[in-house]
Design a protein around this ligand. Structure first.
Ligand code: BES
Ligand code: MN
Ligand code: MN
Length: 454
């Protein structure tokens, strides 16, 4: 076995201890009360980058949470330059009562480490830092040039990262971007992802009467904003799962015949999928398979809906207000701005008399497709095959990493999405976990990726 792989095997328990330290910091980017923790986490990442031997490490300010930068640029002349990107921020933890162990007290049970951020994305960030460390500790050098940026706002849509890329074009110039923030198809089945969906996240506020009313006294002559909101939501899709917003599909890139053929070969197990979720159907847009619907077709979902009386027991009230959060996953070549406008226009068109509505665009992210034949994809394919003993599947994913599109449009670099999560690892849910065997395999894949670029 090459020395670098031996080194990685030898250091497994140290990696796990370091991962625990990283996971103990509650770096929830959306929560103002965690601003100090976010800063502490950025500083932890900067210290870790220095420890592993990166140069020029700095915590760089943005209008929001900071980006941590480091590099190692002493490879031989004409070597490739890789930019590794990840995020140190995490999602909120609610509902807290559903966690078996506290979210920021990492706990190893069997092959998994449980904590918020374990798979999304701290585990996968640390695995790539350990891959760089393994090169620097065993040979004293990287086979290629490497730059690293770890940001703190991915989970809120990376609102300041485009500007950061624009302002630091030279600093970040590279041939390939590497990201580990996507799932594998299955525990033993490595995958390379070449497409991500975008996102358009909206909020609708519906106002009926100017105050809450007695539903007996007034009911029958006043529009109820909850009823009106439910009616409007029901008009967003037909019963075949087609979205009815005018012009919604206008810019949708169709799934190619090649993709449809390839996806049909992938062993998607509908029964196992339903069993895992304890549901009895996999409904969605008619005419498309589950994988096509989850990876390459746009969707619309309510994320939350509230208003009126929701306490225990009954209160006869005709409420003044109702609210919904509604998001749409986008595919190339839809854009969040275009879809936000179409969404707002549609709501204004279907709004019944007796209520007013306020539609707010909360945040968005661009969809992305990355080339499947780049030098980076070849290096990653080889690395995964070497470590897992299997060729990776080529997949797309339904989630979003908004900055991938900007790496191509601003830096002109293709991205390689080599991720080590699993579908059952509860990203964004209670009891998030990372499979430690795949963590260690991921360190090896990262190390071999750089080697394979030479
Ligand atoms: N790591 C995920 C993205 C992801 C999830 C890719 C599942 C592939 C499959 C990322 O951290 C994430 O959660 N992104 C958000 C982005 C949003 C806040 C703009 C998402 O997809 O909801
Ligand atoms: Mn992520
Ligand atoms: Mn996430």
């Amino acid at each position: 076995m090459p020395d670098i792989l031996k080194f990685i095997d030898y250091n497994k328990s140290r990696y796990e201890e370091e991962l625990k330290e990283f996971l103990r910091i509650p770096s929830i980017s959306t929560a103002p009360e965690h601003k100090g923790d976010i800063r502490r986490c950025a500083e932890w990442v900067a210290e870790e980058m220095k420890r592993i031997g990166l140069n020029n490490v700095k915590v760089m300010e943005t209008a929001g949470h900071p980006v941590v930068y480091g590099d190692r640029l002493d490879a031989v002349q004409d070597a490739q330059t890789v930019l590794f990107y990840g995020h140190y921020d995490v999602q909120p933890v609610d509902p807290l009562n559903l966690w078996t162990n506290p979210p920021f007290e990492p706990t190893i049970i069997g092959d998994n480490i449980y904590a918020r951020g374990s798979v999304d994305d701290k585990g996968q960030v640390l695995m790539q830092l350990k891959a760089i460390e393994a090169h620097l500790r065993t040979s004293g050098a990287m086979p290629v040039n490497v730059k690293v940026i770890i940001e703190g706002e991915e989970e809120i849509g990376s609102p300041n990262l485009d500007k950061f890329l624009e302002d630091n074009k030279n600093l970040l110039a590279c041939d390939t971007v590497l990201i580990s923030d996507t799932p594998m198809f299955g525990y033993d089945q490595p995958s390379l992802c070449y497409g991500l969906r975008g996102l358009c996240y909206m909020q609708v506020e519906v106002t009926g009467p100017n105050r809450d009313l007695h539903s007996g006294f007034f009911g029958g002559a006043v529009e109820n904003p909850i009823n009106a909101l439910a009616m409007m939501i029901s008009k967003l899709k037909d019963d075949k799962g087609k979205i009815l917003i005018d012009g919604f599909y206008e810019n949708v890139m169709p799934i190619s015949e090649r993709e449809r053929t390839e996806y049909k070969k992938l062993p998607f197990d509908q029964k196992a999928f339903m069993k895992d979720l304890e549901t009895d159907a996999t409904p969605g847009e008619s005419g498309y398979t589950e994988l096509e619907r989850m990876w390459a077709r746009p969707t619309l979902d309510c994320n939350g809906i509230w208003g009126g009386f929701t306490g225990e027991g009954a209160k006869t009230v005709l409420p003044s207000k109702a609210y919904a959060k509604i998001s749409m996953r986008l595919v190339p070549n839809q854009t969040p701005d275009e879809i936000a406008k179409k969404f707002e226009d549609f709501f204004n068109k279907i709004k019944p008399a007796g209520v007013t509505i306020k539609v707010t665009d909360l945040h968005g992210g661009m969809p992305a497709i990355t080339p499947i034949d780049s030098i980076g994809m070849k290096a990653a394919t080889k690395a995964l095959a070497e470590v897992f003993g299997k060729e990776p599947f080529l997949t797309r994913e339904g989630g979003s990493i908004p900055i991938v599109n900007s790496f191509s449009s601003i830096l002109g670099a293709p991205t390689v999405l080599m991720g080590f999560g699993l579908p059952d690892q509860n990203a964004h849910s209670p009891n998030e976990k990372m499979n430690l065997k795949n963590f260690h395999r991921g360190v090896k894949c990262g190390a071999l990726f750089y080697q394979n670029l030479v």
